[in-house]
Design a protein around this ligand. Structure first.
Ligand code: PGA
Length: 249
């Protein structure tokens, strides 16, 4: 059995004060939620506040990105060790907004995954097709390329420490969720790719989250799919009540 994960991605939202307020409201709502792992990916500037606010709870904190070098003259970047140092346990890698707006490539994603694993940070690696690609029947091809290039050179052991998130770009922030069937189909395809590259038991144990307009009223249908092992939630993770209902699907 794969343990579900519900992860929130706050993107570029929340000050330190808003972070503390969120945790005050959110912690009681998930205090007895032991059926899944709960993760919140907060902006760099509030990671310390988030880790402190989550202390002693069942909520782990993630970064939204990282750089692959350990240290050096890289103005504006954050190293894997710096994230560990402030208490992060996870990091997003290759979110579609990084890919689309900030030129993130599969090759960079690959380096970031290896850098995260080297300090025991769990990467949540995001892949997904754009609307034009889906309409041109390129979904599987795009996913396959992101998978093969993103995970190039990893051992099966390293791969077993990764979490994947399938996020169709056309569903992110648009209110247009993939149907459970579409999500289920792509997740099954991804598990097949994992099997072809890394074999069993890695493929069977791989946790694949769905992301893209996940809300309290559609989480149940998505989680009912055999290959959907959790969710990566953007907009609906900003509010304690709505994220609480998603966690407690
Ligand atoms: P959304 O974002 O839930 O607001 O669509 C998901 C994501 O970008 O991870």
């Amino acid at each position: 059995m794969r343990r579900p994960i519900i992860a929130g991605n706050w993107k570029m939202y929340k000050t330190a004060r808003e972070t503390v307020e969120f945790f005050e409201q959110f912690k009681p709502l998930v205090k007895i939620s032991h059926h899944c792992d709960i993760v919140i990916a907060a902006p760099f500037t509030v990671l310390v506040d988030a880790v402190k606010a989550a202390e002693g709870s069942n909520i782990a904190i993630a970064a939204q990105d990282l750089f692959w070098e350990a240290e050096g003259a890289y103005t504006g970047e954050i190293s894997p060790l710096m994230l560990v140092d402030v208490g992060c346990r996870y990091t997003l890698v290759g979110h579609s907004e990084r890919r689309q707006l900030f030129g993130e490539t599969n090759q960079n994603v690959n380096k970031k995954i290896k850098a995260a694993l080297s300090v025991n940070l769990t990467p949540i690696v995001c892949i997904g097709e754009m609307l034009e690609e889906r309409e041109a029947n390129q979904t599987q091809k795009v996913i396959q390329t992101q998978f093969l290039e993103g995970f190039a050179g990893l051992t099966a052991q390293a791969f077993s420490r990764i979490i994947l998130a399938y996020e169709p770009v056309w569903a992110i922030g648009t209110g247009r969720t993939a149907t459970p069937e579409i999500a289920g189909e792509v997740h099954e395809y991804i598990r097949g790719l994992a099997d072809a590259s890394f074999g069993q038991p890695g493929a069977r144990n791989l946790r694949i989250l769905y992301g893209g307009s996940v809300k309290p009223d559609n989480i149940k249908g998505l989680m009912a799919q055999a290959h959907v092992d959790g969710a990566l939630v953007g907009g609906a993770s900003l509010n304690a009540d709505s994220f609480g209902s998603i966690v407690n699907f």
